[in-house]
Design a binder for this molecule. Structure first.
Ligand SMILES: [Zn+2]
Ligand SMILES: [Zn+2]
Length: 225
C-alpha cells in the first residue's frame, strides 16, 4: 500500500474529477491531504522582484537595496517553519524520497513560466559528496534542463545557510560557465531554478554568469522565499 512520503501515513486511493476527465493514467499523489496543506503557497500579494509574500505588491526593502540589473524571481511557498523542517529533512538529513513532495507543485509552477532553457543552481563537490544528490534537480521529473553552470572547486566549505545576511552579501562569485554554455545560452531566455531565495546573492551571481554566456533574458524560480 502506498504511504505518504512525508508523514508515512497510508494514502487512500482517492480519484479526483480532473483525473477522470483526463482519461490518462492516474497520477497518485506522493503526499497525503494533511501534508499537502502543511506548506503555505505565496499569494498574488508579493514583491514583484523577489517574490516575497507581503501585504501589498510594492518592491520590498531588500530589493530596493540591490543595484545593477534587476532579477525577477518567482517563489512557490513561504519559507516558514514547515518549509524549514522539510528542507532540513530533505537537504541536510538527505532523505531523497522527500523530493516527491515538491515535484508536482514545481511542475505546475514551471508551466506558468516563460523560458527557453532551464538552468538549476548546481551544488559544489563537497555538498555532492556529503548529500549524494542535487536537491534542485531532485524536484524535476521529465522537464529538460541544462547544467550550464559549474561551481568553482575553491568555494569555501561554509554553507550559505550558516552565514548571516552581511556575510552572504559579500560572497564572491562561485559560478563559472560550463564549456558548452554559449551554445546553450546565446539569445535564449533562461530560467534559473533554486531551492530558497534568501538574500538573492546566489541567484544574482548565477544570472551574471548566464548573461556572460549570451542569454538575452534571465529570470528565476525558487521553491521558497
Ligand atoms: Zn502525510
Ligand atoms: Zn523583494
Amino acid at each position: 500500500m502506498n504511504a505518504c512520503v512525508w508523514c508515512g501515513r497510508r494514502l487512500g486511493g482517492v480519484v479526483t474529477v480532473s483525473q477522470l476527465w483526463r482519461w490518462g493514467p492516474l497520477i497518485r499523489s506522493a503526499v497525503c491531504r494533511a501534508c499537502q496543506t502543511r506548506l503555505t503557497p505565496i499569494s498574488s500579494q508579493h514583491c514583484p522582484q523577489c517574490g516575497r509574500q507581503q501585504t501589498d505588491e510594492t518592491v520590498c526593502r531588500d530589493c530596493q537595496r540591490w543595484s545593477g540589473r534587476p532579477l525577477v524571481n518567482h517563489a512557490v511557498y513561504v519559507y516558514d517553519a514547515a518549509m524549514k523542517a522539510y528542507m532540513q529533512q530533505y537537504k541536510f538529513q538527505g532523505d531523497y524520497t522527500l523530493r516527491r513532495v515538491l515535484q508536482e507543485p514545481l511542475r505546475l509552477a514551471l508551466a506558468k513560466e516563460t523560458y527557453d532553457v532551464l538552468v538549476p543552481i548546481p551544488v559544489d563537490q563537497a555538498t555532492w559528496q556529503q548529500r549524494g544528490f542535487n536537491q534542485v534537480t531532485g524536484w524535476l521529473q521529465t522537464q529538460p534542463f541544462q547544467q550550464a553552470l559549474l561551481v568553482q572547486a575553491t568555494r569555501k566549505a561554509q554553507p550559505q545557510s550558516a552565514k548571516d545576511r552581511a556575510a552572504r552579501l559579500r560572497t564572491a562569485q562561485p559560478f563559472t560557465l560550463a564549456p558548452n554554455a554559449a551554445s546553450l545560452l546565446t539569445n535564449r531566455r533562461v530560467l534559473l531554478l533554486d531551492d530558497v531565495y534568501t538574500t538573492g546573492r546566489t541567484l544574482r551571481h548565477a544570472a551574471d554568469q548566464i548573461y556572460l554566456g549570451g542569454a538575452k533574458a534571465v529570470t528565476s524560480l525558487t521553491l521558497a522565499r
